[in-house]
Ligand binder design. Structure first.
Ligand code: SAM
Length: 261
């Protein structure tokens, strides 16, 4: 019996197998797809969803009522559609920004691994001065644009480069939802985030529902939980075993900034 696309996606994440996509594979998938085609594909194969922690943000997502939810993954013409799911870490982070607008108002913000773009959209709604969404899946950029339209938000920049490990850039705030799913990625993130703090005093907020790679990572010692939310029933059903999601602030001691390996 074929395994539906979406359960494969969930399984992949639960097994911590989500790997950064290779730029080349994505380039091949996307080069034949104009932005208009991509957007029309997304519109036809997702539905508008509000059954999550931020119902004031409407999102085009993949649900059990969409055709590709039930098809085998190889039928999906692009890289795994992580942007088509609103992950619990992103949900908690967006909820936190909506409820605490002073955290983002008049601040510049980078949403790393932006997926569907909900966290960036929350920041825009609450008056961030500059928002950039970054995701190595360029299809996420098309989804972001549609989700902005859906919420009456003007388009803002989307960056499809892998920024982790590169120049840090001067951001007031970096936010990451559900990005600690893989050991290697978590390690690079830890180092890069530390450099962002050292060089620019950037505030770092992480949304995570308590995944193994996150809870077991050394960064835990330098985090302070600032909020925790109960997930909606539908998010619980899609993320078997999870019931809450939290937001953490990265607060390394000055001493720690110079000693992590
Ligand atoms: C689990 S999803 C989370 C999406 C979104 N933050 C949320 O919480 O709904 C992880 C996202 O990170 C992206 N990603 C993976 N490696 C990345 C990297 N090195 N730089 C930027 N994005 C990356 C994936 O394409 C995917 O969209």
């Amino acid at each position: 019996m074929p395994r539906p696309l979406c359960s494969d996606v969930m399984l992949a994440l639960c097994r911590s197998m989500l790997r950064p996509h290779t730029g080349r594979a994505l380039f091949c998938a996307v080069q034949h797809s104009s932005a208009t085609y991509l957007q029309s594909f997304i519109l036809h194969n997702t539905e508008v969803v509000t059954d999550h922690l931020t119902p004031e943000i409407r999102l085009h997502l993949l649900t059990p009522r969409c055709k590709y939810w039930h098809l085998r993954p190889e039928h999906w013409p692009y890289a795994e559609p992580y942007w088509a799911i609103y992950w619990p870490g992103g949900q908690a982070l967006a909820r936190y920004l909506l409820d605490n607008p002073d955290v983002v108002r008049r601040r510049s913000l980078l949403d790393l691994g932006s997926g569907c773009g909900a966290v960036s959209i929350a920041a825009k709604m609450k008056g961030a001065s500059r928002v950039v969404a970054n995701d190595i899946d360029p299809v996420a950029g098309a989804a972001l644009s549609l989700n902005c339209q859906l919420n009456g938000i003007e388009d803002f920049p989307f960056n499809p480069e892998n920024m982790i490990g590169g120049e840090t850039g001067c951001w007031d705030l970096i936010v990451l939802g559900d990005m600690f799913y893989d050991e290697e990625l978590s390690h690079s993130l830890h180092h890069w985030l530390r450099r962002c703090m050292e060089q620019h005093g950037t505030v770092v907020l992480i949304g995570d529902p308590g995944r193994g790679h996150f809870l077991g990572h050394p960064i835990q010692k330098q985090l302070r939980k600032v909020a925790e939310y109960s997930l909606t029933d539908s998010t619980k059903q899609e993320n078997y075993g999870l019931s809450t999601s939290a937001v953490w602030k990265y607060e390394p001691e000055w001493h720690d900034l110079h000693t992590i390996m």
